[in-house]
Design a protein around this ligand. Sequence first.
Ligand code: HEC
Ligand code: HEC
Length: 275
Amino acid sequence: MAALFKLALLVLVAVALFGGLAVGGVYVLGDQRLNRRVAVPDESVAVPMDLASAHRGQHLASAVALCVDCHGPNLAGRVVFDQRGLGRIVAPNLTRGRGGIGASDSDADMLRAIRHGVDRTGRQLLIMPSDNYTRLSDADVGAIIDYIRSVPSIDTSLPSTEILALGKIRFATGQLALLPSANIDHFAPRLAPPAPALTADYGSYLAEIAGCATCHGPGLSGLGGWSEADFLRLMRTGTRPDGRVLSTSMPWPYFAQMSEDELRAIWRYLDKLSR
Ligand code: HEC
Ligand code: HEC
């Protein structure tokens, strides 16, 4: 009996040990993947530092790319994710104020962060949706940087980003998506962006930057088949044809600030997809 008990105990200890090793291994894997450095091409764009461009950048950052949703309406940053046991993710203050990265980041650093989701050391940025921004035209990304440069300095003392052991394990096992930048083919040839116009092509460009597919799936299925008027009303007021107002888990209050032509271009794209 005692021998059997000892054996059972031994098996238990072995299982616990192997289990511990496996969990430890997954943790190390997650940690390594989060800290892996990736190479991206050296790019540069013109940042014209003029009012029209800063204005265009503000529009894109607020109504289309939704930078302000994470970095805050005045770009002073905020805690975007905070879950007990998993960790905390902070979207940094982008202004030149104390605690902000505006003074230390060069235009090239910002460009790399926006279009590739990588910081100056090659570390992939957590949850920043650069996979939606990688197609941004030189003019548009230049305008966004121009806008960041133009906002007033704000001093902040935000807590730091920290992914805890369980967060790393969930990440390594695919239960927590943290690195949008891993979806980007960084060295893919850069295609000429479509001209801003009332075309399905330009609509697809806007829809990509707005991240419609992140939430609605790659084919945007179910979004076609609307009349243009119904679609415009939905994007402007969140109201469906049956009168129901959508929750803000659909970020329509931001999209409502798009211009009529931008919304109509997106409609043309959705309409084309559904044919
Ligand atoms: C879903 C939330 C989210 C959105 C939307 C978002 N960001 Fe970020 N951004 C972050 C987080 C979080 C970080 C810090 C990530 C890290 O350090 O791992 C970050 C980092 C940055 C950085 C700093 C890179 C560095 O040098 O360390 C810049 C610049 C930046 N974002 C600009 C933008 C711009 C411009 C947009 C819109 C085009 C945008 N972000 C949209 C969450 C977001
Ligand atoms: C952050 C996630 C998210 C993003 C980004 C997003 N949506 Fe949505 N969308 C939702 C959710 C969630 C709903 C359903 C909300 C509800 O039923 O209250 C929705 C609903 C809709 C509907 C109504 C569907 C129906 O049958 O009622 C349309 C149309 C739509 N979205 C279009 C878009 C377009 C176009 C874009 C990009 C410009 C977009 N969405 C971006 C989350 C998102």
